[in-house]
Design a protein around this ligand. Structure first.
Ligand code: U3P
Length: 150
């Protein structure tokens, strides 16, 4: 009887662990979700200060402090994910999991003239060669590293 109880407990723990593993997104997937939330806006082309002010606020980057610099990419998600298939290059942190692709972007830079959460941004827009880091299997964008200057 005691053995049966122990075995059932073991089985239950195993199933719980398996279940957790299955329902919890991997590190790569969770970070890709954050990347999309902070850096992807496929529906608009942005480009002005008002766009930056509203988007930075609605995507939660104006509290507790104003995020200093954030870039929005205006391409469909397949185009953005495809950058991960470009050759690997070195990221700013030294890892070799960065890739470059040309995309339409709006860069939003905090002007410092308005305190959080009503931060005020200066927009710069255009087609740029951006560097993003990718991770996971399948390989997905997880971090915006910056621009390659022309
Ligand atoms: N960042 C941009 N655009 C730039 C440079 C930086 O959005 O051109 P992350 O969470 O690692 O992606 O470098 C710090 C943060 O600034 C980056 O954060 C990136 O989101 C942003």
């Amino acid at each position: 009887m005691a053995l049966q109880k122990t075995l059932s407990l073991l089985l239950l723990s195993l199933l719980t662990l398996l279940g957790l593993g299955l329902v919890q997104p991997s590190y790569g997937q969770a970070t890709n979700k954050k990347f999309k939330w902070q850096h992807v806006d496929s529906t608009e082309t942005g480009g002005n200060n008002f766009y930056c002010d509203t988007m930075m606020q609605s995507r939660g980057m104006t509290r507790p402090t104003c995020k200093q610099l954030n870039t929005f990419i205006h391409e469909n998600i397949e185009t953005i994910n495809n950058i991960c298939n470009a050759p690997n290059i070195r990221c700013k942190n030294g890892r070799m999991n960065c890739h470059v692709g040309e995309v339409r972007v709006t860069g939003c830079k905090d002007t410092g003239s308005s305190p959080p959460p009503k931060c005020s941004y200066q927009a710069t827009a255009g087609k740029k060669n951006v560097t993003i880091a990718c991770d996971g299997n399948p390989l997905l964008p997880v971090h915006f590293d910056g621009y390659i200057l022309p």
